[in-house]
Design a binder for this molecule. Structure first.
Ligand code: FAD
Ligand code: NDP
Length: 318
């Protein structure tokens, strides 16, 4: 049987990074094939934006746009220029030689270049009241930068959970809008860098609740309060609050690469600074799977564009 055809560009992922890469490579006549996943990493095709309501910081939409609608538009633009999209999760790759091999549950294929844009999943704790269908996105969020400026949080007490740099940064950021921010961390020692800790500690609107845990979130149509437990004494109390932000880390969706592309210890793909070049020539990475700092739709889209241009350049020089 003949080997399957080699697609010049195979894109894995379906958020802003993947679709920007698809739009650019499709317009460059590279006939991209995109695997958008089937609940890969626990997220629907379309990526993290499918889990949010209003996106107000993506240029071009002065009135804001719903997350799912924005992702539908990304997808429609990819399709318009001829991208072939499969609603399948890539489960395996073999990057030991080019063309690269990849497999889903339904097919195997060959790729001249691979663009990995599989994103990251914000970690959430299963605290009663915070789940989908409860107060998730009705006060409870995992992205302060994205949601913090919403009117529902203005001049209200808010919670941030976490003890790392993200928690410090998000708590500090939220004090622009909130009346006060409770920063809840499960231990006495913070994991955050000294400088970020100092900045947060110097902010009079932040109250640290160390060795504490949020045990429940309550409300009606929106969040109204959280119960916190002092882990040393066991004492519990309820504090009024309009929001709770998880800042307990992200999990980059890179496990399916089986260690064939260099990552940091948390699994974020390492790229050459200023580019999307990975440790494997011909494999490019874009979006949150290689970015633990900015994690925004627009930065993901920007790096998707870079990956497309770098893949195009790679193909023309190989
Ligand atoms: P992602 O959006 O992470 O999407 C990756 C996709 O790839 C997912 O659908 C996943 O299922 C799929 N995938 C994973 N593995 C595989 C595989 N093996 N095979 C096939 N598919 C796979 N940013 C903003 O700029 N503005 C906002 O207002 C905003 N709001 C947000 C609200 C929330 C609740 C969250 C969680 C994030 C928000 N963000 C916002 C951040 C923004 O969503 C992300 O930075 C952006 O979506 C990252 O894009 P990405 O292209 O890297 O991939
Ligand atoms: P981290 O993994 O550094 O920190 C996660 C924090 O959440 C830890 O304090 C951890 O507690 C806590 N945590 C984890 N799981 C749970 C849970 N289930 N319940 C309660 N608490 C939990 O993640 P970050 O997102 O903060 O940072 C990721 C990387 O990005 C780091 O390298 C960081 O330096 C970098 N970063 C840098 C920034 C900057 O420099 N401006 C800004 C943001 C991030 P414990 O400590 O007990 O494990």
């Amino acid at each position: 049987m003949a080997d399957p055809v080699v697609d010049p560009v195979v894109i894995i992922g379906s958020g802003p990074a993947a679709h920007t890469a698809a739009i650019y490579t499709a317009r460059a006549n590279l006939n991209p094939v995109l695997f958008e996943g089937w609940m890969a990493g626990g997220i629907a095709a379309g990526g993290q934006l499918t889990t949010t309501t209003d996106v107000e910081n993506f240029p071009g939409f002065p009135e804001g746009i719903g997350g799912p609608e924005l992702t539908d538009r990304f997808r429609a633009q990819s399709v318009r220029f001829g991208t072939v999209i499969h609603t399948e999760t890539v489960t395996k790759v073999d990057l030991s030689q080019r063309p690269f091999r990849y497999a889903t549950d339904e097919r195997e294929g060959l790729a001249g270049t691979l663009i990995i844009a599989t994103g990251a999943t914000a970690k959430r704790d299963a605290i009663p009241g915070t789940l989908d269908g409860e107060l998730w996105q009705k006060g409870v969020s995992a992205c302060a930068v994205c949601d913090g400026a919403l009117p529902m949080y203005r001049n209200q007490p808010l919670f941030v959970i976490g003890g790392g740099d993200s928690a410090m940064e998000e708590a500090h950021f939220l004090t622009k809008f909130a009346s006060k921010v409770y920063l809840v961390h499960r231990r006495d020692e913070l994991r955050a860098s000294k400088i970020m800790q100092e900045r947060a500690r110097g902010n009079a609107k932040i109250e640290f609740l160390l060795s504490h845990q949020v045990t429940a979130v309550t409300g009606d149509q929106v969040m109204r309060a959280a119960r916190v437990k002092d882990l040393k004494t066991g004492a519990e109390r309820e504090l009024a609050a309009a929001g709770l932000f998880f800042a307990i880390g992200h999990v980059p969706n890179s496990a399916f690469l089986g260690g064939q592309v260099a990552t940091d210890e948390q699994g974020y793909i390492l790229t050459t600074p200023g580019s999307t070049v990975t440790s494997v020539p011909g494999v490019f990475a874009a979006g949150d799977v290689q970015d633990k700092k900015f994690r925004q739709a627009i930065t993901a889209a920007g790096s998707g564009c870079m990956a497309a241009l770098e893949a195009e350049h790679f193909l023309s020089s190989h």
